[in-house]
Design a protein around this ligand. Structure first.
Ligand code: NDP
Length: 325
């Protein structure tokens, strides 16, 4: 099978496209013929070695995939069934989606939801799944469209752009934050009413600033998240899922103790399998047909190393879909 293999040679990371035997696939109950995978920020960190994502080598990266069951020892699945997978450490500590086949635990697979094809499922991928979880975190925080503007950071990335599209379908008024002037039109077309430059947020904020946001979805962290916390309305909710700008959070307790703000962390990796189908059904219902054209760059397995470098250099907009076969 054709795969993207990460190896460690004299403590240097090496990434290459190789033909390897599928008999080398790790233990698992279900073998899947992969049709589509994607490049997420975490994949790019792993493939370029920018982040310490992978600790066991050799490894096939790819934190998500969709495809067809090739063989199964798990009675919940049948040969020929369409399935998808996001998270569970696949592509990090278990061989992942950037290969023609994967062998995984049946517990990690989600049947493809009705109304979505395999390609659309991976245009959504981990990023879209995470965006939906962030929107649901705002809903759980009681943030309604009539409460005021919702701000989305890292808006031209995979999570950010899908969050803008989802919030727009739900009737929220969205302000997008982007470091790239050239993407402003794109973000307006997804449903943002306004785009603000990242520089306005990438600074040391005062503990409390003018209240501007009913809610927020943050994919960036660090000063950008700190500034948003200082500007969130009384009883607002901020869903934080990412670290594209850094792992720190230079804030104070003031927004929490004086403005009753909720900071909700969002993790997509170990969401229980029982909760996942409902999240996918909402994605299927909410995302308009236009989203799948607007937000996608399609590449082949051979181009994944080149695009991982582009993603880290912030030269990719929206989702990067990998056609595996
Ligand atoms: P992308 O690379 O597609 O998007 C990230 C966006 O962040 C970029 O498009 C850019 O948007 C902005 N950005 C990039 N570099 C910087 C920087 N140095 N400072 C500030 N902003 C920056 O990544 P994803 O959308 O796939 O992921 C976004 C984040 O969410 C990542 O940190 C990822 O690890 C995390 N994540 C977390 C998950 C979870 O389960 N918690 C699941 C999926 C992702 P623009 O140019 O518009 O400013």
């Amino acid at each position: 099978m054709k795969s993207l293999l990460l190896e460690q040679k004299q403590s240097q990371l090496s990434a290459s496209i190789q033909e390897i035997s599928s008999s080398l696939l790790p233990v698992g109950e279900v073998t899947v013929d992969i049709h589509w995978s994607t490049l997420n920020y975490k994949d790019a960190l792993a493939i370029t070695g920018t982040g310490k994502i992978i600790r066991q080598f050799p490894m096939i990266p790819g934190i998500d995939f969709s495809g067809i069951v090739h063989s199964t020892e798990d009675p919940r699945f049948h040969i020929g069934q369409h399935v998808l997978l996001t998270g569970w450490g696949v592509g990090e500590n278990h061989w992942g989606g950037l290969a023609e086949q994967a062998r995984v635990s049946g517990d990690w697979l989600t049947p493809l939801p009705a109304g979505l094809d395999s390609r659309q499922a991976m245009i959504i991928g981990t990023a879209g799944f995470t965006a939906m979880l962030c929107v649901m975190a705002l809903e759980e925080g009681g943030i309604l469209p009539e409460n005021g503007d919702v701000i989305v950071t890292g808006a031209s990335g995979g999570v950010g752009s899908t969050a803008v599209a989802l919030l727009s379908q739900l009737g929220y008024s969205i302000v997008a934050v982007s470091g790239r002037q050239e993407n402003h039109e794109y973000l307006l077309s997804l449903g943002a009413k306004k785009v603000l430059p990242r520089d306005e947020f990438n600074r040391s904020p005062r503990p409390l600033e003018k209240q501007l946001w009913a809610g927020a979805i943050d994919t960036v962290g660090d000063n950008v998240l700190a500034t948003i916390l200082a500007q969130t309305h009384y009883s607002g909710t901020v869903a934080a899922c990412g670290l594209a700008g850094g792992v720190n959070l230079p804030t104070t307790v003031m927004p929490f103790i004086l403005r009753n703000i909720r900071l909700q962390g969002v993790d997509s990796v170990t969401v229980p399998s029982t909760k996942r189908p409902a999240v996918w059904q909402r994605l299927q219902k909410l995302l308009p047909a236009s989203f799948y054209q607007q937000a996608t760059t399609e590449i082949t397995l051979d181009q994944t190393i080149e695009y991982a470098n582009k993603l880290i250099a912030n030269q990719v907009t929206g989702r990067t879909l990998v056609r595996v076969r």
